[in-house]
Design a protein around this ligand. Structure first.
Ligand SMILES: Cc1ncc(COP(=O)(O)O)c(C=O)c1O
Length: 460
C-alpha cells in the first residue's frame, strides 16, 4: 500500500471507491495493482500477492491467460459491437448461447445476456413478475431470498441481498422482497441438532413464511447453491431436498444464483448439479468470462421460455434488454473461457486441488481462534471466534478478521473478511497444490499475528 506513487495520488484525489471504507482508504492508501501473472498480482511497488480470492471470486483462470486477450482482440477487429434487439444478433453471441445451453443442467433452454451479476438477478426478478402477469396471477409477486445472501447491489438485486451494509441508508429493501433464514449450520443449529434436522427446521420455517404471506402472493425463491459473500455457507445435508418440494407445492419459481458457484467452483460445472437442484432460472456471471470481461446471463427453462413467447405474441415484444446484452467482445472471451475449461478438464483439476484445499482448511480447525472451517471445491472459509466452546465472537468493533486479512496481505496473500469475522478463500480454479500451500502459509503467519494481537490487546 502506498501514498507516494502517482497512481495512488490520483486514486485518492479522483476515484470514488466502491464497497470501501472511504475514510480508511484516504488514511491507509489504496493497494494499486498493476499487473498479473498466473494466480499472482503485483502492486505498483513490485510486491507480489497470491490472489486467494480470484479478485472478486471471478478470475478463475488467473491473471495472464493470453488466449482470452487474443479472443477479445480478434473479436474487436472482426465486430467490436453489435446488439441483439429487434431480432439481430452478433454471430459469436449465438454461438455462446448454444454452448451455454450445451453445458447447462437439464431443462434450461434459452440464454438472456446482461453485464453483471446484479443485472442478471434484477432480470430474474423481472422475469418472475412478468411471467406471473402473463399467467394471469398479478398478485403472485413477492420474492424470498435469504438473510446474509449477496445477490448484488442494484435496487432490486440489492434488496435480495440480505446484508445490512447493502441496505442501510440506501432505502432498501424495496417492498415485496422478503428474507428467510440463511443455511448456517454452525451458528443456526441447536445443540445436538443433526444437519438433516436443521435442514428440515429451516424448510418448515420457509413454508410458514410462505403460508403467512399467502402462497398466491409469492413468485420466486432465490438461493446460491453455496452462499459466497454471506460467509461461504455450504448447505447442511438435505437442505435443498427439503426446500425444493415446498417451492413446487406452491408454484414458486426457483432462481439459482450461480454467479460464484457456476463454472466449476464446487467441482461440478454448476452448483445446481452438486446439490441436484431443479431451478427455473440460473444466473451466471464472473467465471463465465474468467472475470476478464463484464458479462452475465440468465439461463431460462424451456417452460418459462414458452410463457415469454406467448406473452410476446400478445404484447408484440419482449420488452427487456440492455445495449450491451449479447455484446460480442465479452461473448468471445466467454466462449474461449468455456473452451479452456473443457480442454484443460478444469472440473477434474478443481476436484483434485479442491480436496487438497479443503483438507488444508480443516487442518486449521483445531486452532483456538478458529470456530469453524468449511467449504467445498475451491471455495472455503474459516470463522474466527473468541471462544471455541461457546462459539462466542469477538466484539465486531475489534475488527479481528479484518486485522488477519491485512496481515495476510502483508505476508503476500490476498484473502477477504466478511461480517461475523469470517475469512474467505476462493483461489483461481487453476491454482496448484503448491500455490494452495503458499496461500495457507501466508494465512498461517497472519493467524499467528492475530493470536499475538488479541493477547496483547487483552481480547482473550
Ligand atoms: C452470488 C452473487 N450474486 C450476484 C453478485 C453481483 O454481481 P455483480 O457484482 O457482478 O453485480 C455477486 C457478486 O459478488 C455474487 O457473489
Amino acid at each position: 500500500m502506498s501514498l507516494t506513487t502517482s497512481a495512488a495520488r490520483r486514486d485518492l484525489a479522483f476515484h470514488l471507491h466502491p464497497s470501501t471504507n472511504l475514510r480508511q482508504v484516504q488514511t491507509d492508501g489504496p493497494l494499486v495493482i498493476t499487473r498479473g501473472e498466473g494466480v499472482y498480482v503485483y502492486d505498483d511497488e513490485g510486491r507480489r500477492y497470491l490472489e486467494g480470492m480470484s479478485g472478486l471470486w471471478c478470475a478463475s483462470l488467473g491473471f495472464s491467460e493470453r488466449r482470452l486477450a487474443e479472443a477479445a482482440y480478434r473479436q474487436m477487429l472482426e465486430l467490436p459491437f453489435y446488439h441483439s434487439f429487434a431480432g439481430k444478433v452478433p454471430a459469436i453471441s449465438a454461438e455462446l448461447a448454444e454452448r451455454l445451453i450445451g453445458i447447462a443442467p437439464a431443462g434450461m433452454g434459452r440464454v438472456l445476456f446482461a453485464n453483471s451479476g446484479s443485472e442478471a438477478n434484477d432480470t430474474a426478478i423481472k422475469l418472475a413478475w412478468y411471467v406471473n402477469n402473463a399467467l394471469g396471477r398479478p398478485q403472485k409477486k413477492k420474492i424470498i431470498a435469504r438473510k446474509r445472501a449477496y445477490h448484488g447491489v442494484t435496487i432490486a438485486s440489492g434488496s435480495l441481498t440480505g446484508l445490512a451494509f447493502a441496505h442501510t441508508d440506501f432505502d432498501l429493501p424495496i417492498d415485496r422482497i422478503l428474507h428467510t433464514d440463511a443455511a448456517d449450520y454452525y451458528r443456526g443449529a441447536r445443540a445436538g441438532e443433526s444437519e438433516e434436522a436443521f435442514a428440515a427446521r429451516l424448510a418448515d420455517r420457509l413454508e410458514q413464511l410462505i403460508l403467512r404471506e399467502g402462497p398466491d402472493t409469492v413468485a420466486a425463491f432465490f438461493a446460491e447453491p453455496v452462499m459466497g459473500a454471506g460467509g461461504v455457507l455450504v448447505p447442511p445435508a438435505t437442505y435443498f431436498d427439503r426446500i425444493q418440494p415446498i417451492l413446487r407445492k406452491y408454484e414458486i419459481l426457483f432462481v439459482a444464483d450461480e454467479v460464484i458457484c457456476g463454472f466449476g467452483r464446487t467441482g461440478e460445472m454448476f452448483g445446481t448439479q452438486t446439490f441436484d437442484l431443479k431451478p427455473d432460472i440460473i444466473t451466471v456471471a464472473k467465471a463465465l468470462s474468467a472475470g476478464y470481461m463484464p458479462i452475465s446471463a440468465n439461463l431460462v427453462s424451456n417452460a418459462l421460455y414458452d410463457v415469454l413467447l406467448a406473452q410476446s405474441d400478445r404484447l408484440g415484444i419482449f420488452g427487456h434488454g440492455y445495449t450491451y446484452s449479447s455484446h460480442p467482445v465479452p461473448a468471445a472471451v466467454a466462449l474461449e473461457t468455456l473452451k479452456i475449461y473443457e480442454e484443460r478438464d478444469i472440473l477434474a483439476h478443481v476436484r483434485r486441488v479442491g480436496a487438497y484445499m479443503q483438507a488444508g482448511l480443516r487442518s486449521h480447525a483445531d486452532h483456538r481462534l478458529i470456530g469453524d472451517a468449511r467449504g467445498l471445491g475451491l471455495i472455503g472459509a474459516v470463522e474466527i471466534v473468541r471462544d471455541k466452546d461457546s462459539k462466542e465472537s469477538f466484539d465486531p468493533k475489534a475488527g479481528v478478521a479484518a486485522f488477519l486479512v491485512r496481515r495476510a496481505q502483508h505476508h503476500g496473500v490476498i484473502l477477504r473478511n466478511m461480517p461475523g469475522d469470517i475469512v474467505a478463500f476462493c483461489p483461481p480454479l487453476i491454482a496448484s497444490e503448491r500455490e494452495i500451500d503458499e496461500m495457507f502459509a501466508g494465512f498461517g503467519k497472519a493467524l499467528d499475528d492475530t493470536s499475538s494481537m488479541v493477547r496483547e490487546k487483552g481480547l482473550v
